[in-house]
Design a protein around this ligand. Structure first.
Ligand code: IFM
Length: 480
């Protein structure tokens, strides 16, 4: 892969570089009971008092279900080459297994055709967290049957859209589905049990492994991948305890997914750690890892922020060294504490902005795991946007974030990493899970009471980047 530089700051992307935008079904569609859609775990969770900020829910969200044409026109105006969306399993098979709901398929048919009409490549994610509730009632991702049910769902979607969709993503961020859903309980279904989270981790990967051959057998030209949320993990100091803590954090977020997919095994240190929890990885059957490590065509990487940690016994030293130390961790079993560097910019999610972490992560994946094509399937930032008196959203902080991170992608390409595309998260402000509508990630403002869309400054900036296939190089302050 080649890229070139024409002046001090202009960075050109390869001519085939794919520029895109991403969304997910539950976060934007609304219409939660329309046209035969069944309930998902996120309907149940968001309707549980206190589970989501302000008791917000996805009943209406961006009402994309009814405003699809307007959203397609926004995408055409942005001139993206690809749109990454997810299909809602409960729209297509409302009970999770069995009867297929044709009206659910019809909705995505209109979407795929609308994209094709506008020369935008559909990039289809098969699972972005909205598990049909009836499957959760039978154990959800903690049981093997759910992986089998997913395989049957994949077959329906592949048969329906195989002729029109080339790029398929089996799962979005299985770490969140398993560890936030069943471990910390911050996400649906809201269970707090480390042993169940580990079992869910495995069954999600199994679901991916079962889906790959179905996609290949059904669609001759399918390009199949999986999207992982990964981070660059840094120890707060060179103390061996902190180095070990960073290794544990990396083990939970990165290696529990990358190792089975690319090396066909779970990391020994993580297996040893989680052997204390039941059922944990005892749910792994002989042959599962061969399924999980079946060859794929690309890796989707979602990156937002680096992670810096110390061993929990060293919190006081870290404070003395000038860090702000988190008071606890969502996974106490890992015995670590997250650090904030005072003075570093952070997003409205309180995530540190550090684009160099993206380059480091991409180089690490290339060196340790795979030279397969990589797509940045999500990257973006929430900020406290507002519509100004002139009717504009001047989100220059988001522009800076995108500029720095797209520059970091360019750095990775220059370092020889095979990055083939970038999808901004997100096209629209949307339902940000446990944060409800309090966090805006969109490059398009959504006025939730009315549904009105308003492209932000970042939308116009991103459109220029796409049109010129360049970015003016920028680094996050304090980049290492
Ligand atoms: O909104 C989410 C998305 O659904 C998955 N990746 C992270 C985003 C921001 O939190």
């Amino acid at each position: 892969m080649t890229s070139s530089t024409t002046n001090d700051r202009t960075r050109h992307f390869p001519p085939t570089f794919l520029w895109g935008a991403a969304t997910a079904s539950y976060q934007i569609e609304g219409a939660s009971t329309v046209d035969g859609r069944g309930p998902s775990i996120w309907d149940t969770f968001s309707h549980t008092p206190g589970a989501v900020w302000n008791d917000d829910n996805g009943d209406v969200a961006c009402d994309h279900y009814h405003r699809m044409d307007e959203d397609l026109d926004l995408m055409a105006d942005l001139d993206i080459g690809a749109y990454r969306f997810s299909v809602a399993w409960p729209r297509i098979i409302p009970d999770g297994t069995g009867q297929v709901n044709q009206r659910g398929l019809d909705f995505y048919r209109r979407l795929v055709d609308g994209l094709r009409d506008r020369d935008i490549e559909p990039t289809l994610t098969l699972y972005h967290w909205d598990l049909p509730q009836p499957l959760e009632d039978r154990g959800g991702w903690t049981v093997r049957d759910t992986a089998e049910a997913f395989a049957a769902f994949v077959e329906v979607v592949a048969r329906t859209f195989g002729d029109d969709v080339e790029r398929w993503i089996t799962l979005n961020e299985p770490w969140c589905s398993s560890w936030l859903g069943y471990g910390s309980g911050h996400h649906a279904p809201g269970i707090r049990d480390i042993g169940m989270a580990a079992a869910a981790n495995h069954h999600l990967l199994l679901a991916h492994g079962l889906a790959v051959p179905i996609l290949r057998e059904t669609i001759a030209q399918a390009k199949v991948g999986i999207t992982l949320n990964l981070s660059d993990h840094r120890p707060g100091s060179e103390d061996p305890l902190d180095v070990a803590a960073a290794r544990r954090a990396d083990g939970n977020l990165n290696r529990l997914f990358l190792d089975p997919i690319f090396h066909g095994r779970y990391p020994e240190d993580m297996l040893a750690h989680y052997s204390k929890f039941s059922p944990g990885f005892s749910v792994v059957h002989e042959g599962d890892l061969e399924l999980i490590s079946r060859p794929i065509d690309f890796l989707g990487v979602n990156y937002y922020s680096p992670v810096t940690v110390v061993d929990e016994s060293r919190a006081t030293e870290a404070r003395t060294a000038g860090y702000i130390v988190a008071t606890g961790d969502q996974f106490p079993d890992l015995c670590l504490r997250g650090l904030e560097t005072p003075g570093r910019d952070r997003t409205a999610m309180d995530w540190e902005i550090q684009a160099a972490g993206l380059t480091a992560l991409l180089v690490h994946i290339r060196d340790e795991y795979s030279t397969l094509p990589i797509y940045i399937t999500e990257n973006g930032a929430a900020f406290d946007d507002y519509v100004d008196p002139n009717g504009r959203v001047l989100d220059f902080n988001r522009v800076a974030y995108l500029q720095e991170h797209i520059s970091a992608v360019h750095d990775a390409i220059d370092a020889g990493v095979n990055v083939q595309g970038y999808f901004v998260w997100s096209l629209l402000d949307n339902f940000e899970w446990a944060f409800g509508y309090s966090r805006r990630f969109g490059i398009v403002w959504v006025d939730f009471p009315t549904g009105t869309r308003l492209p932000k400054e970042s939308f116009h900036w991103y459109r220029d980047a796409i049109a010129s296939n360049t970015v003016q190089y920028a680094q996050s302050p304090g980049s290492r």
